[in-house]
Design a protein around this ligand. Sequence first.
Ligand SMILES: Cc1cc2nc3c(=O)[nH]c(=O)nc-3n(C[C@H](O)[C@H](O)[C@H](O)COP(=O)(O)O)c2cc1C
Length: 374
Amino acid sequence: MNFRPDPVLFTPQEFRAQSPEEELRHLCALAHLAPNTHNTQPWQFIVHPEELALDICLNRERVLPASDVIGRQAVISLGAALEHLFIGASHYGWQAAFIPEPVSKEAVGPIAASQSETSRFTRIGRVKFTPGAAGSPEESGLADSLLRRKVIRAEYDPARALPIEFVPALTAELAKRPLTLHIVTDPVRRLMIAEFQAQADNFVINSKRFSRELGEWLRPNDDAGPLGMRGIEFGLQDQEALRLHRGLTGDAPLLPEDGLRFSLGGKIGLEKSPLIGLITTPGDTIADWITAGRALDRALLIATRFGLASSVHAGIVEVSLINRMFAVALGTTERIMGLFRVGYVKNAPDAERPFSHRLEISQVTLSATGKPTP
Ligand SMILES: Cc1cc2nc3c(=O)[nH]c(=O)nc-3n(C[C@H](O)[C@H](O)[C@H](O)COP(=O)(O)O)c2cc1C
């Protein structure tokens, strides 16, 4: 069974041979591959074929109550899906425009599955498409990366230089946006960031609520479910993955070496990566979260296009005391919204790990009448 609905990229002619509903659903299938917190896939797309538009909604049942108390990580994930949509549309010569919905922060926090159906989805905004616009070759060059990108939580080779065009491509793209990109390549500052990340990871491991939630989303390797991250995506063997899952959820004692391996993995990963990117925004509004998610996604896709591995660390972003201390150390008054690292994997097999799973596309799309699309 295939746990990742794998869309293919059409030629523009093949794309246009479809009905508007099919065209929009295809774009949703591309957006559904976006990186997202804990692989919760917290999005729902509402398809409006007659208006050639999509509504992007947050599925609040997938906002994690312990680690994502106000829904920031979930909304950043929606930003990533939005960026995927823009790149997919551009590949087919469509122009996309995002019209954000004014939503309050109360409307993006977690809700229990038992709460009413009406508060389950919060519309974050609408994307309207205009066909026939000249596709930008630069955007189109990224479309292939939509299908190939995955996070690779492995050690990268600190000694292998990145392609010289990578940083200029990244900075040129993100310079146009209301955020600041900080690029860290020197070993001393990388070590400092790694230490902050280790603090954040320790905090998670040592807090019952956090670790239980992480354990629920960190699945054994043979888990066939469409949500969550399997241990293999962290480079864990079957037994290690099972022990960590059980240890974190509290079903079995967490062995010290398993906890240590987990936090050391993140620390060493950061310390050894030749480049760490940090995205800061002037504020901490929903608009800032979407901006950050879009930029984070764009950075990962550009890395993929250059043949580089990349991964994301949210611990520093969400553990607020660490976020503030780290911002001071970085010398910024802005808020840290995203952290990613980039490099070539040190051990080639790490790049061959399987893709993360996804829900069926019909489970994350609704037609404007409220029915799941076929
Ligand atoms: C907002 C956000 C936060 C994330 N935080 C982390 C993190 O703290 N640690 C980690 O290993 N991966 C993190 N990720 C990566 C996701 O776990 C990953 O995107 C998801 O499991 C789907 O896998 P894929 O990106 O390979 O498709 C994050 C991704 C996003 C978009």
